[in-house]
Design a protein around this ligand. Sequence first.
Ligand code: FAD
Length: 387
Amino acid sequence: NLPYADGDFYAFEELLSDKERARLEEIRAWLAREVRPHAVDWWNQGVFPQELIPKIAELDPMSPVHRQGYSNLFAGICHAEFTRADASIATFLGVHDGLFTGSIEALASKEQQEEWLPDIYAMKKIGAFGLTEPLGGSDVAGGTRTTARRDGDSWILNGAKRWIGNATFSDWVVIYARDVEDNQVKGFMVDTSTPGFTSTKIENKIALRTVENADIVLEDVVISDDFHLKGANSFRDTNKVLKVTRLAVAWQAVGQQLAAFDVARKYAVEREQFGRPIASFQLVQQQLVQILGNTMSSMGMMVRLSQLEDAGKAKDEQSALAKAFTTARMRESVAAGRNVLGGNGIVADYGMAKIFSDAEAIYSYEGTQEINTLVAGRSITGIAAFV
Ligand code: FAD
């Protein structure tokens, strides 16, 4: 019954409308019922729970801003809340809704959207986002080697993609490939049953184990021009999608810290050593307060950035600094949280080991710490350090 046990130390949720707060409670109750009790088992097994997809569809969290009229602030807090319950399930949704559906909402023609989006929103079709390559990670803009060759009314795709979330079972993947004619990176909707398309699960990950990431090979994959995303004609277009999803990943770093706060605070008040709860020791309280301070400073930055996004004013460099800052605080917070649990902090069953490990993936994807730092650095110096 402690006033701050929910982690909302500065009452940020009061900034939401009544309707949004009610919806957030609905989502929290769903996560408590459908995700939290199973999250550690799923993570240990390292297999995505297909049975969850119709249940997520019933909850209907897809495209809260474009389709459901909620604020970006609400969408961000929801994303943090999904992550707080389980970072893998939040990432599954971040790929299907954010990266994949976001590509279609931002870059497909009106006709393409009308044809594809209903099944995607209903989660009858699951999607993935194929940008990163084995040889093109941070330098994906210059390093995209997958090619697209126009052949009459068709395109022929050849190349390889790495790390593609959901692509072991998804129906569609948006593939970004370089047009051999004009050298620009373009986007294509690829049905995963097309001949020449293969995906292989990346095994033995130590983070986000419930998310299935794939290596993809494209060998003379022929698709109709109807599946070229009409607004995806250069890397600048791809970046429109990444600007928004980077903001969502920075919110994930908030959620991951809230998760560390939840587990560490509860453990510290219950665990006794020297005849008293470990929470009674000053050095343990200091670590809990460090997690709280990190989380609240991250959240304050994210609340303002989402408000700017709602006003249509958020800039790429603001998303980049937010991703770099919140994920750096996240790494400190999950390390402190793991420490508060002592030896039990490295056993998956106590929850914290999963939170600690998953943070490493969030730290690296959607632009690493270094790349996001350099995007922010470019904006304040006028000098690009990475081109
Ligand atoms: P590299 O680019 O090889 O970087 C290695 C190191 O070098 C990093 O520390 C990096 O910061 C540093 N570095 C590189 N260049 C510079 C520089 N100029 N200055 C300073 N330091 C530098 N991609 C997709 O397309 N779709 C997905 O669904 C997807 N999901 C993912 C899920 C997970 C779990 C992971 C781990 C990755 C996922 N990715 C996905 C890929 C992800 O975006 C890349 O891993 C990320 O962009 C980094 O690329 P890289 O791993 O090739 O690292």
